[in-house]
Design a protein around this ligand. Structure first.
Ligand SMILES: Cc1cc2nc3c(=O)[nH]c(=O)nc-3n(C[C@H](O)[C@H](O)[C@H](O)COP(=O)(O)OP(=O)(O)OC[C@H]3O[C@@H](n4cnc5c(N)ncnc54)[C@H](O)[C@@H]3O)c2cc1C
Length: 443
């Protein structure tokens, strides 16, 4: 684990064994991130035997490095989903995503999970004065079933003192958490339900043919009726065809040194905050008076130190009153994005299940995957087929990564211009209002 802030605040974790014997189980889960752990917990709770194989440690990857925003929906925008699957299925998919949110909330509250620090609300702020567009979007999304509200500029600037912000969409049901402690809590719950988790146990080969699937690890083998592939972008060598359907996207996260009382004057909103649809500027207050801030995506690995200056200047541009902030922790994490931006959830051949491609919505979407796959395996439930229109699409290899990075870099200057124009219009509006307001003592 490199995500120093989470490590410093982590609950205690048991040492878990490597697999060094042969096992026969109902379900073998490959990968102990949020997806694998949720599947394992749900299957074990239904009384089936489960073994989880983890190449590293529980939640060392994206699941223990993310921002902890638990928000509804998917990486794909709802308009794109309606276009692809039609209105009825889009509504059902949205409802599933709200259930994913509920799953995380219930799991934390019902089990009194320690160290998770659940705080309500997500504010998605606009950096341009597109008020009508935002209002229309809120109406459309409410129609789909979203519990959201429009916030006008005055309300946004009352909560976030940034000259760059205009309107916002407020998601009342969303919340933020410490994701690493959530993943560790899930692992403990899965084990309590009967699942066995083996760390430092990579699955090195898989024979999916036949009724009993065979999985080989360096010092032991597993035979299972069902295999769940929950390895995200790390599955590579085991099933290269699947790995090729994911585009790895690396983003950077930092936690500042304590900032002091001024942080509470400038950022009064306590929920999670995003000011883009892309990889930039997602943030929240942690540890009383520190900012956790994320952004600057890359389609290839990059040294976080090279990104640090960009992140601190993003903070300064957004909140000039904060001045220069010190960096206490800085790390990177890599998520797996599909071409259609929807997760891969379902049975890809008899007894072989895939839970992958969750993009930046992994907290909620892995909860959906865990429940649907467990129900699919144990009860024969077919709800996972709602995701069937989103097939496995090759992500374009290195060319796909270069293209994704180019689109991101290409959008940044365009967005900057749109934001400058919005601020220019705001200044013009303010000047006009000042001219129309009668001066005291005149007339
Ligand atoms: C910086 C960052 C910020 C993010 N912020 C958010 C956010 O705020 N909200 C949100 O909802 N989502 C967010 N995400 C996305 C979210 O973290 C991921 O979608 C989610 O964690 C994916 O979970 P996973 O279990 O699929 O994969 P991972 O967490 O990557 O876990 C996969 C595991 O499988 C193991 N594995 C792979 N192959 C094998 C093998 N052959 N044998 C054994 N084990 C194997 C790996 O070692 C790894 O532990 C963010 C991601 C990043 C990187």
């Amino acid at each position: 684990m490199e995500a120093g802030w989470y490590e410093a605040n982590s609950v205690s974790r048991p040492d878990r064994p490597r697999l060094n014997l042969d096992l026969d189980v109902d379900v073998c889960v490959i990968g102990a991130g949020l997806a694998g752990l949720t599947v394992a917990r749900e299957v074990a709770q239904r009384g089936w035997s489960v073994a989880v194989l983890e190449a590293g440690q529980v939640a060392w990857a994206a699941s223990g490095r993310n921002l902890g925003f638990v928000v509804p929906g998917f990486s794909e925008h709802i308009d794109g989903i309606i276009e692809r699957v039609g209105l009825d299925d889009a509504k059902q998919l949205w409802a599933l995503s709200e259930q994913g949110l509920d799953y995380v909330r219930r799991t934390i509250l019902d089990t009194r999970m320690p160290g998770v620090d659940l705080i309500n609300g997500w504010l998605h702020v606009s950096k341009t004065d597109n008020f009508d567009e935002l209002r229309a979007e809120v109406e459309r999304m409410r129609w789909i079933g979203a519990d959201i509200e429009f916030w006008p500029e005055e309300r946004v600037r009352d909560q976030l003192q940034s000259p760059r912000y205009f309107g916002a969409v407020h998601y009342r049901q969303a919340f933020h958490i410490d994701p690493y402690n959530y993943a560790l809590g899930l692992a403990a719950l899965a084990e309590k339900a009967g699942a066995r988790i083996f760390e430092e146990t990579p699955a090195v080969s898989l024979d999916p043919a036949g009724v009993r699937k065979r999985i080989v690890t360096p010092a032991g083998r597993v035979r299972a009726a069902h295999v769940v592939l929950a390895g995200n972008i790390h599955l590579g060598a085991l099933v290269p065809q699947l790995a090729a359907t994911l585009l790895p996207v690396t983003t950077f996260v930092m936690v500042t040194e304590p900032i002091g009382e001024i942080l509470h004057e400038v950022v009064r909103y306590r929920g999670a905050i995003s000011d883009t649809n892309r990889a930039d500027n997602h943030y929240r207050i942690v540890g009383g008076d520190r900012l956790q801030w994320s952004g600057r995506m890359r389609s290839w690995d990059a040294n976080p130190r090279l990104i640090a200056r960009g992140l601190t200047s993003d903070i300064r541009r957004t909140f000039p009153r904060l001045g220069k902030v010190g960096i206490a922790h800085l790390w990177r994490g890599t998520l797996g994005r599909t071409v259609h931006r929807m997760p891969q959830i379902g049975e890809i051949e008899r007894g072989v299940w895939l839970a992958s491609g969750f993009g930046g919505h992994g907290l909620n979407n892995t909860a959906i995957a865990g429940e649907l796959i467990a129900r699919g395996i144990v009860e024969g439930d077919q709800t996972w087929r709602l995701f069937a229109p989103y097939e496995l699409v090759w992500a374009g290899g290195m060319f796909g990564r270069v293209l994704a990075q180019g689109i991101y870099w290409g959008r940044r200057p365009v967005e900057r211009i749109e934001q400058e124009v919005a601020r220019y219009r705001a200044r013009a509006r303010a000047r006009k209002e000042a001219r129309l307001t009668p001066h005291k003592g005149s007339g």
